[in-house]
Design a protein around this ligand. Structure first.
Ligand code: E4P
Length: 217
């Protein structure tokens, strides 16, 4: 399972990279705005800065909603760095753009996916990654994890190569449940990854080992 971090915050990306288990970064326009990164040139530079911190895939989102705009923007984003994956929204022109990029060797992440039908279309169009937003489904009292299970089932039926990128992961149990369900990737905040570390018996066990060691020294 690949671990992506869902942020545009360079300090957090560095911290996750230093942990040694980071496989990629996802961003979106809201995450960029949260870090105060605005304006096309600043945003493009920020993507390159992220690529220079990590070794894995960095999703960079197009803003256009029409096919020609998405192709132009996506090609510009892909030119920035080998690690860039072009993030395309699940809309009609987005499906056409996914197919165009797939035919032209540009990797894509189909974003804003909330149903199995959308995930099936993204795979048919050749998306590299599909991003079902599980946290946002949970927010409206729908079962986000069930969507991961259904997409896994359908993709396995037909051996689709599109990777399931569980997005909008909010906490550590989401990560564990997505792993059980066979999601290929998860993207979430640093806290969702660091939560995997924690167990009170580890802390108390280590404290006892150190105390016992110190008795003899
Ligand atoms: C995915 O690529 C999105 O950036 C992200 O996971 C959205 O998560 P949110 O619902 O926490 O905003």
């Amino acid at each position: 399972m690949k671990f992506f971090i869902d942020t545009a915050n360079l300090d957090q990306i560095r911290e996750a990279q230093e942990l040694g288990v980071l496989d990629g970064v996802t961003t979106n326009p809201s995450l960029m705005a949260k870090e105060g990164i605005t304006g096309r040139n600043n945003i493009l530079k920020h993507y390159v800065d992220i690529c220079n911190i990590i070794e894995g895939d960095v999703s960079a989102e197009v803003i256009g909603t029409e096919f020609e705009q998405m192709v132009k923007e996506g090609e510009e984003l892909a030119e920035l760095h080998d690690q860039i994956v072009v993030k395309i929204p699940m809309i009609k022109d987005g499906v056409k753009a996914l197919k165009y990029f797939s035919d032209n060797g540009i990797r894509t992440n189909c974003t804003l996916v909330f149903s199995v039908g959308q995930a099936l279309l993204a795979a048919k169009a050749g998306a590299t990654y599909v991003s079902p937003f599980i946290g946002r489904l949970d927010d409206i009292s729908t079962d986000g994890l069930n969507l991961i299970a259904e997409i896994r089932h359908i993709y396995d039926n037909y051996a689709f190569e599109t990777q399931i990128l569980a997005a909008s992961v909010r906490h550590t149990m989401h990560v564990i449940d997505c792993a059980k369900l066979g999601a290929d990737v998860m993207t979430g905040p640093l806290s969702s990854i660091e939560g995997l570390l924690k167990h009170p018996l580890t802390d108390s066990g280590l404290a006892k080992f150190l105390a016992d060691y110190n008795k003899g020294n």
